[in-house]
Design a protein around this ligand. Structure first.
Ligand SMILES: [Zn+2]
Length: 467
């Protein structure tokens, strides 16, 4: 297609598709969501047994509506099941949590099952079930889910196992895909929270991909339709989370399931849920997946996406990776006697302490430093005029709170001798008491002003105002 023609076309279709009203079904899914949000799934971590029990409770409420099939077992013998519904000729296969620590869409599927169970006699849902046969595999990697790892119990990434099929979980997915020869496939994941929308500071809360099936990223009727369907879903996101949607990198990965399933003839869509400000458990992502998956089913049934130009897809902005959890801006760092002004970009990830399940531990990584003006932090701190000072250890005895305060002002953060009488220090720490003895930009430092007074304390990813 020549340039002029393609511009004209895309303008025409921009007006057409992006000006569209959302369907009333989509609006219902969004507005009525809270009715169907199943309890017990408000945290990212989902236990396989719990999931299974909840699905049984939902499906038992509507006898004869759902069919549950045991597909096989994981490496550690956990059951992997598929829930099917509908009697139509169009097969839609969805699987979630092939990466064990990516549970957002799993939780959305549970909500969707609850929605379908409650509304199967309602006209729109009923006609959906007459035209489609929908198959959900809500947790393909229960061993990974149980230990909260991306990989399965062998330690392999199932999404790099579509060719060799080393893992039983991979064999199950391949067998189901082949036996259904599904018309449509939905590969549901979570992506890094550090992705942003290209040239915007917004986090990429949802990203889409019509996976490529060869290195040339060729097009085919099937891949084109996947692009149309994504463009349809993109409009929904533009209404509910404007400019928080990205297009995932479409480099071909010969070992990945998405890429191969597209190649094997199923129209394949990847949905990746990313970060949301102030929503670490991704409850909004869960709701959006519920709306997107439900809306995609309606689009497939009615062909709603087919009028959209395939070229719309390439107008969705790409994913970029310019986010940090914390950005400390313009701080002065002393090296070899001189100060240099730098930005510090941190990743701060929650990890569970194996010895104490209730204890949340934060893993702090200084990911980059220098001029980070093209990056954004979920949180940022302007440290202009402040210098980094590593803490000192006090060898005397702290007397009282006034004394502790004055020690802090002098840059002391640790003490070696137990404080006098019953005084309990509020900010200072016992040295050699399980604390790091080497200070670094990743654990502990003061930010001091021009009079060398500590104003803030950076401690394990938190900036504490010493006022
Ligand atoms: Zn994934």
């Amino acid at each position: 297609m020549d340039f002029i023609k393609s511009v004209t076309l895309s303008l025409v279709f921009t007006t057409y598709s992006f000006g569209q009203q959302l369907s009333s079904f989509t609006e219902e899914l969004f507005n009525e969501y809270s009715k169907y949000e199943v309890e017990g799934f408000s945290n990212m971590k989902v236990e396989p047994d719990f999931l299974q029990k909840q699905i049984d409770l939902i499906t038992d409420k509507a006898p004869g509506l759902f069919e549950i099939r045991l597909l096989g077992h994981s490496v550690e013998d956990r059951p992997i099941r598929m829930v099917s519904i509908g009697s139509g000729d169009i097969d839609v296969l969805m699987w979630s949590q092939m990466h064990g620590n990516e549970s957002t869409a799993t939780r959305s599927i549970v909500d969707l099952l609850s929605f379908i169970a409650e509304n199967s006699k309602q006209k729109s849902v009923n006609s959906l079930l007459q035209d489609l046969r929908i198959h959900f595999i809500p947790m393909l990697n229960p061993d990974g889910a149980s230990r909260w790892t991306r990989e399965n119990a062998i330690g392999i990434d199932l999404n790099r196992d579509a060719l060799r099929l080393i893992a039983p979980e991979s064999q199950i997915l391949k067998r189901v895909r082949d036996s259904l020869n599904a018309d449509y496939g939905f590969n549901l994941h979570d992506q890094s929270k550090y992705y942003n929308v290209e040239r915007l500071s917004n986090e990429a809360s949802i990203s889409f991909l019509a996976t490529a099936f060869d290195y040339e990223k060729s097009r085919s009727a099937g891949r084109d339709e996947a692009m149309q369907l994504i463009s349809y879903l993109y409009q929904i996101n533009q209404k509910y989370i404007p400019n928080h949607t990205g297009r995932y990198n479409d480099d071909f990965e010969p070992r990945a399931f998405g890429d191969n399933i597209q190649k094997w003839g199923t129209k394949l869509i990847l949905i990746e849920t990313g970060g949301f400000k102030n929503d670490p458990e991704k409850q909004l992502g869960r709701k959006l997946n519920f709306v997107l998956i439900g809306s995609a089913l309606e689009a497939i049934q009615k062909g709603l996406h087919k009028a959209i130009a395939v070229e719309q897809y390439s107008q969705i902005p790409r994913n970029d990776r310019n986010l940090f959890d914390l950005k400390v801006e313009k701080v002065q760092k002393k090296v070899n006697g001189s100060y240099y002004t730098v930005d510090l970009g941190y990743y701060i990830e929650k990890s569970e302490d194996d010895s104490n399940k209730d204890q949340v531990v934060y893993q702090v990584t200084l990911e980059d430093q220098g001029d980070l003006s093209t990056y954004t932090g979920y949180k940022s701190f302007n440290a202009e005029g402040l210098k980094i000072l590593f803490p000192k250890v006090y060898n005397g005895r702290i007397k009282n709170s006034a004394h502790e305060e004055s020690l802090l002002e002098d840059g002391f953060l640790y003490f070696t001798k137990a404080p006098s009488k019953r005084y309990v220090p509020t900010t200072m720490f016992q040295y050699n008491d399980g604390v790091e003895q080497e200070w670094s930009l990743e654990n502990t430092y003061f930010l001091i002003n021009e009079f060398n007074q500590p104003k803030y304390l950076f401690l394990k990813g938190q900036i504490i105002d010493l006022k």
